[in-house]
Design a protein around this ligand. Structure first.
Ligand code: AMP
Ligand code: ZN
Length: 437
């Protein structure tokens, strides 16, 4: 069996990956808060963990992975968006969840095995919060329930920040009802007219962190193999998930491996953010005519833990490389190339895997190897010609016939006629393919 190595944020080094049960490998990745459209930075974790899921299925068997990615469908930003439109929050969340799946689907991201919704698990969250009060790790104050950070001696092990940095970094409100400024919210009251659920602490709604702890326990178990997400989630979100789960589960660790992807930035600026006005939405890129697979290739061109600088040049280069791979790809499927598999097995080294793809000569092996990365999924003709065009197909066939009867003048005339309308012909061993310039 292929030996997989993953960089574990908790251990701060690459470790050989050994699942607790190779017949049931469990992975949880924090998913979207559904109130707006995904930008290309949001797509990075979706694509990276999709490649990891494909690799795990390849190594352990298609049915051996349980991959869960949650949908955060209760949140203050959702409530605000619903208020602004004068609709129920469920209208907002249903709309943007559908957009998310559509946009990620265009990038070749397969749906996870389970997509648990926060609003469907409030009962489990309430039970976990009650348990944390019982164990002395949480307390009720002023209609809120808070996790008491000093009650957990292991708090902070993932990010290893000092206490002052954690308090500053969390930007937690130093409310008078908090016993300690680092304490974080498990439950908060909902006023009349705001989405809420009845609870032992009055009508309210959960804080953000508790949903992941409760849904992981419900669907995957107390301790999972891999927990993933963006680098920005290490603190406070994952630190808080760890504390809640450990304390509610007799110190069983939440995850055995912690995997975090780096950030995408726009060329020339520090990061992609709404306030900087440099956000590029996935659907905008698709509407500009970029193929989803080209965007996916660009997202995989850097190692997942490194920063990735997004630019038009990167997209153009990715398209050129993919075009080249499509020309070389065969129609049948072979066995995946060992070099490509080894690169991916070494902490998902996608830049090395992509460069090794380019060196594969056997078209069938190339197809199978690219599939590990979710690339070369299209038919060659469809890739170059899009929806197709019977008139152009007819002219190409007429040119092939002209060449066969050695009427090169006619063949050249057809080539020039097509070139004039932006259709380029490429003669190769598999026949002539055409594409739009
Ligand atoms: P946001 O909607 O900004 O809260 O982002 C949702 C998640 O997408 C974050 O928690 C990050 O993990 C991820 N994300 C946001 N921006 C970027 C980015 N520029 N690069 C990579 N991941 C990002
Ligand atoms: Zn989470």
């Amino acid at each position: 069996m292929t030996e997989l190595r993953l960089h574990d944020t908790m251990a701060r080094e690459k470790r050989v990956f050994a699942p607790a049960d190779p017949k049931r490998v469990t992975m949880y990745v924090c998913g979207p808060t559904v109130y707006n459209r995904a930008h290309i930075g949001n797509a990075r974790p979706a694509v990276v963990f999709d490649v990891l899921a494909r690799l795990l299925r390849h190594v352990y068997g298609a049915d051996s992975l349980v991959y869960a990615r949650n949908v955060t469908d209760v949140d203050d930003k959702i409530i605000e968006a619903a208020r602004a439109e004068g609709v129920d929050p469920s209208v907002i969340t249903a709309r943007y969840e559908a957009f998310y799946n559509e946009d990620m689907g265009a990038l070749g991201v397969q749906l996870p095995n389970i997509a648990p919704h926060a609003t469907a698990h409030v009962g489990q969250m309430v039970a976990m919060i009650a348990r944390l009060i019982e164990t002395g790790n949480a307390y009720e104050a002023d209609g809120h329930v808070l996790f008491h950070v000093p009650s957990d001696p292991d708090y902070g092990a993932l990010g290893r920040r000092d206490r002052e940095a954690m308090i500053a970094g969390a930007r937690v409100e130093v409310a008078s009802y908090k016993k300690d400024p680092a304490d974080f919210v498990l439950w908060k009251p909902s006023p009349e007219g705001v989405i809420g659920w009845d609870s032992p602490w009055g009508r309210g709604r959960p804080g953000w962190h508790i949903e992941c702890s409760a849904m992981i326990a419900e669907h995957l178990g107390k301790t999972i193999d891999i927990h993933g997400g963006g680098l920005d989630l290490i603190f406070p979100h994952h630190e808080n998930e760890i504390a809640q789960s450990r304390c509610a589960h007799e110190v069983a660790p939440l995850a055995r491996y912690w995997v975090h992807n780096g950030f995408l930035s726009m060329a020339g600026s520090e990061k992609m953010s709404k306030s900087l006005g440099n956000v590029v939405l996935v659907n905008e890129l698709l509407e500009q005519g970029h193929k989803g697979e080209v965007l996916r290739f660009a997202l995989l061109s850097a190692h997942y833990r490194q920063p990735l600088e997004w630019s038009e040049g990167l997209v153009a280069q990715s398209k050129a490389t993919l075009d080249r791979l499509y020309r070389a790809a065969g129609d049948g499927e072979g066995e995946a190339d060992a070099g490509v598999l080894d690169a991916l097995a070494d902490d998902l080294n996608t830049p090395l895997a992509l460069s090794r793809l380019s060196a594969i000569e056997d078209g069938a092996v190339l197809r199978a190897s690219a599939r590990l990365l979710g690339l070369l999924e299209e038919d060659r003709t469809a890739w170059f010609q899009g929806a197709g065009d019977a008139r152009i197909d007819g002219l190409v066939a007429a040119r092939t016939e002209a060449k066969a009867r050695r009427d090169f003048a006619e063949a050249d005339r057809i080539r020039a006629e097509l070139a004039a309308e932006g259709v380029l012909l490429e003669d190769g061993p598999q026949g002539t393919i055409w594409r739009r310039a």
